[in-house]
Design a protein around this ligand. Structure first.
Ligand SMILES: Nc1ncnc2c1ncn2[C@@H]1O[C@H](COP(=O)(O)OP(=O)(O)OP(=O)(O)O)[C@@H](O)[C@H]1O
Ligand SMILES: [Mg+2]
Length: 277
């Protein structure tokens, strides 16, 4: 059975301000969905709420992974359950190399860290049995393989995470992280600022090389252009905190041609803080 992420009539607030107003969406492993909508409509809020960011409070509805609510799970537990969120604005962590960071992340998601903790508890807490981290040789081998597959230079893994990264390099780092974590469902939130055509291509080629029966993607984007490279089966229009229309790839072309003006005419004035469509 493919893994299924079901978002059910989701309502969420940020700092007491209601943003998500009844989002319903199902994403299965193997499917690519694009979510498009005007600035401030709540797309990133949806992404952060799925990831379990503490600033986003769910006030109604549910998020289910294979039938089980994930609302009670912390972000790292959601990652272990197979969710991946690429942040729109990833933070820099100077002093931590990409490789180091990835080894930590992969070890946590694959359970090495937990198993080491259990071993410590079982052994009376004296000495850790087994390592908290994925064995170095195994990790290195996998990292090298995946970087080759993504056509990334090996030197990139020695860079400090996001420290002085260009927009394109940040995207590369994100894609590499996704390749290493092997999520079942990934939520990718793209901003239209700072991504040149090369960075777009990096995202597109990376995502395309990872797409397959084992990965479901929710691609949040402003770019019709990106969708020329990544072919979604489903396109959703997000407005005023919920999905107002869903369709096939043709819907993205329609948005490109017509903008969001018609959405506003059809679905009313934007909520406070949302840019005029
Ligand atoms: N941490 C926060 N504190 C206060 N308001 C917030 C916070 N996060 C989001 N909001 C508000 O929620 C609304 C939706 O923002 P969100 O970032 O989800 O929109 P978006 O659709 O992703 O926009 P964009 O296309 O510009 O990325 C905006 O009015 C925004 O100001
Ligand atoms: Mg956003």
């Amino acid at each position: 059975m493919p893994t299924e992420l079901v978002i059910k009539d989701l309502h969420a607030s940020v700092q007491g301000k209601p943003i998500l107003q009844g989002v319903s969406l199902t994403i299965s492993q193997g499917e690519v969905h694009a979510l498009m909508g005007p600035n401030g409509s709540g797309k990133s809020t949806l992404a952060y709420t799925i990831a379990g960011h503490p600033h986003y409070e769910v006030t109604g509805g549910d998020i289910l992974l294979n039938g089980e609510s994930i609302l009670g799970l912390a972000p790292d537990e959601r990652a272990k359950a197979g969710l991946f969120l690429a942040f729109q604005y990833p933070t820099a962590i100077p002093g931590v190399s990409m490789a180091n960071f990835l080894r930590q992340a992969v070890s946590a998601v694959r359970g090495y860290t937990d198993r080491a903790k259990q071993a410590v508890t079982a052994g009376g807490g004296a000495k850790p049995i087994g390592s908290e981290l994925m064995p170095m040789r195994e990790f290195r081998k996998e990292l090298t393989e995946k970087m080759e597959r993504l056509h990334m230079d090996a030197a990139f893994a020695r860079r400090y995470l996001n420290d002085g990264f260009s927009g394109g390099e940040k995207k590369r780092a994100e894609i590499l992280q996704m390749a290493m974590l092997e999520p079942k469902i990934a939520v990718l939130d793209e901003t239209d600022s700072g991504l040149d055509i090369d960075a777009l291509r990096v995202v597109a080629e990376g995502v395309n090389s990872l797409i397959g029966p084992h990965l479901g993607v929710l691609m949040i984007t402003h770019y019709q252009r990106l969708l020329n490279y990544i072919k979604p089966q489903f396109v959703h229009v997000f407005y005023n905190g919920h999905i107002v229309q869903s369709g096939g790839p043709g819907l993205a072309l329609e948005l490109e041609a017509r903008g969001y003006g018609w959405v506003r005419e059809k679905y009313g004035e934007p909520m406070v803080g949302q840019e005029k469509a």
